[in-house]
Design a protein around this ligand. Structure first.
Ligand SMILES: [Mn+2]
Length: 475
């Protein structure tokens, strides 16, 4: 992302805001244990507007008629600290590289805030997220109001900046879509690696490790959310992140993960057989979910509502539940009564962007929102048959979800993640040499440069997986 992209976003925000001041602080650093901090992830809104990702920072945008100011508060340069924990942009860098009109050390924020807010009617600030910082802002506001007899006043009107930012973030422009495609490309490479690395007998955490290793070496800074690597019955827990089970040789593996690249995350789910071959009943369940996903994707287009997309998948899933003898009745009866929720208990998907469950409403005035070009939504139907009484015996322990990231474009849709096999025949062909990933594994020196290597299976002679023989873990 180039500086111009952030400048354009600030202009859009400033255009949409009333005269006043907008204040965006960074997330506080969280202690992890002893003298260790939690790994730091910049705030999505602050980064979206500035491209500035350092901890202990804040951005201020001021608008008065046609006059605007953009101020950054940052950690100052400090050779001793930088020796230990690395480079800081400092005040100089904030001005030079991040386009700030003014920049100050973060320590000066409290001292400068009164002057920045003085005689401004409106403050855009998100209260309720960071109590200590809230208290600092409230103190300044009260002090300014107390100075009313000296001709001062503080902001009388408080507005949550999310009222402006969320609709902005929900509709992606060409730059945003290019960023998302990069995250999608890295995520797809991770899935293809995992599908060719899996062999029965390995642990879920090892397979998740392969996926995340592939993410990292292709340019991901981190995962967009905790990787879900769920074998067999674990796949019937929607957000299973324990990832510590042994993968059985007849298990399906449900892998739901996303690489975060430059503060944007993709989100893919694939469900594939550990052995490389679906059993007949696994295949039947899988193909109903796949058909439901195709129906929902086909329903994505400008003007369609989120509810219509959900409904398109739901109707197919219910047909599937009848066909699989999981439910009795007609499609209409089952949808009306909601009994399908025993096996499909979530919505069709969510907005995607800087946050994996990206910001923005799904309903406006009580009505399902209409899709428009630039919106990006995940389409992720699933069927989950818990190993429990009430579930037909043949289906117990099968969990299937298939998820792709879909951008709404003029006249239709664009699937950002269609490079990972998902038809049964394609998966089985792709996984024809179980464990082959381990044989071609070699360093990637330029992120993304070797994306093709995953496509081409190594010669059969090299494909022997250096793995112990699969264990029978489940009949
Ligand atoms: Mn998702």
């Amino acid at each position: 992302m180039v500086a111009e992209c952030f400048a354009r976003r600030r202009r859009r925000f400033l255009d949409a805001m009333q005269d006043g001041v907008a204040l965006f602080p960074s997330w506080p650093v969280q202690r992890r244990n002893a003298d260790q901090d939690q790994s730091y992830r910049p705030d999505s809104d602050l980064f979206y507007l500035t491209g500035f990702g350092e901890q202990e920072s804040a951005a201020v945008l001021i608008k008065q008629g046609r006059q605007v100011r953009y101020i950054l508060f940052v950690r100052p340069r400090d050779p001793a600290m930088e020796q230990w924990v690395g480079h800081r942009a400092g005040v100089e860098g904030a001005l030079r590289d991040f386009g700030a009109d003014e920049a100050y050390p973060i320590e000066e924020l409290d001292a400068r805030l009164p002057a920045l807010l003085e005689n401004r009617d409106t403050l855009y600030f998100e209260f309720g997220r960071h109590e200590a910082f809230d208290a600092r802002v409230l103190r300044v506001i009260e002090e300014l109001k107390a100075g009313v007899r000296n001709g001062k006043f503080g902001p009388w009107t408080l507005i949550d900046p999310r009222t402006v930012l969320w609709p902005m973030r929900r509709v992606k422009d060409a730059d945003d879509l290019a960023d998302l495609q990069r995250a999608a490309d890295v995520t797809m490479a991770g899935f293809k690696a995992a599908m060719r690395a899996v062999v029965p007998g390995m642990n879920e955490c090892e397979l998740a490790g392969v996926l995340e290793f592939e993410f990292k070496r292709r340019g991901a800074q981190r995962v967009g959310f905790e990787t879900i690597c769920a074998a067999g019955d674990h796949a019937t827990t929607l957000h299973y992140i324990t990832n510590d089970g042994v993968i059985g040789d007849t298990d399906l593996v449900l892998l739901d993960a996303g690489a975060e690249v430059d503060m944007v995350s993709a989100d893919i789910t694939r469900t594939f057989p550990a052995s490389g071959r679906f059993s007949p009943i696994q295949r039947r369940v899988y193909e109903w979910v796949l058909k439901a996903q195709a129906a929902a994707i086909a329903a994505v287009k400008p003007g369609a509502t989120y509810d219509q997309v959900h409904r398109a998948a739901l109707e197919v899933l219910v047909d599937g539940l009848i066909d699989l003898k999981a439910l009795k009745g007609t499609r209409a009866e089952i949808i009306e009564s909601g009994t399908y929720r025993a096996y499909f208990m979530h919505r069709i998907g969510h907005w995607l962007g800087s946050d994996v469950h990206d910001v923005g409403a799904y309903h406006v005035d009580g009505k399902s929102i209409k899709l428009e070009p630039g919106m990006v939504i995940t389409i992720e139907p699933g069927l989950y048959f818990k190993d429990a009484p009430g579930t037909p015996k043949a289906l117990r322990g099968i969990g299937v979800r298939i998820e792709d990231d879909v951008a709404v474009v003029k006249g239709g849709r664009r699937i950002l993640t269609d490079g990972v096999p998902k038809a049964v025949e394609d998966i089985e062909a792709f996984m024809a040499q179980p464990g082959s990933w381990w044989a071609w594994l070699h360093p990637v020196t330029v992120a993304g440069d070797e994306a093709e290597a995953v496509e081409a299976p190594p010669a059969a002679s090299k494909a022997a997986p250096a793995r112990k023989a699969p264990r029978k873990t489940k009949a």
